[in-house]
Design a protein around this ligand. Structure first.
Ligand SMILES: [Zn+2]
Length: 99
């Protein structure tokens, strides 16, 4: 019962994502190959011979997502003085030269 519910939720999310991107003007060919990770489930989009997208469950036993440092801390703030910058590069260079 629980598993069934989880599965429909992930498919609902993917279907909503597809609709959203199709409305933004993306073609099915562009969306093909997208991978979705939902907990320990992975799904990928495949295009059928009719050109429609179908959601294929990707067989994995474990999913580990590593985030890059920039993604984990999207605010480009200097960790030393707290100034805000428009890029991560500027933020890390801010107080880098201070003795
Ligand atoms: Zn600084």
């Amino acid at each position: 019962m629980q598993i069934q519910q989880t599965q429909s939720t992930s498919r609902d999310l993917i279907e909503r994502w597809i609709v959203q991107h199709v409305l933004e003007g993306r073609s099915n060919s562009e969306l093909e190959g997208t991978m979705f990770v939902y907990g320990n489930e992975a799904y990928t989009l495949e295009q059928t011979s009719q050109g429609a997208l179908s959601i294929i469950e990707y067989p994995v036993s474990n999913v580990v997502v590593f985030r890059k440092k920039e993604e984990a801390d999207p605010a480009n703030v200097c960790r030393a003085c707290g100034l805000d910058y428009s890029s991560f590069k500027e933020a890390i260079e801010c107080c880098a030269d201070v003795d």
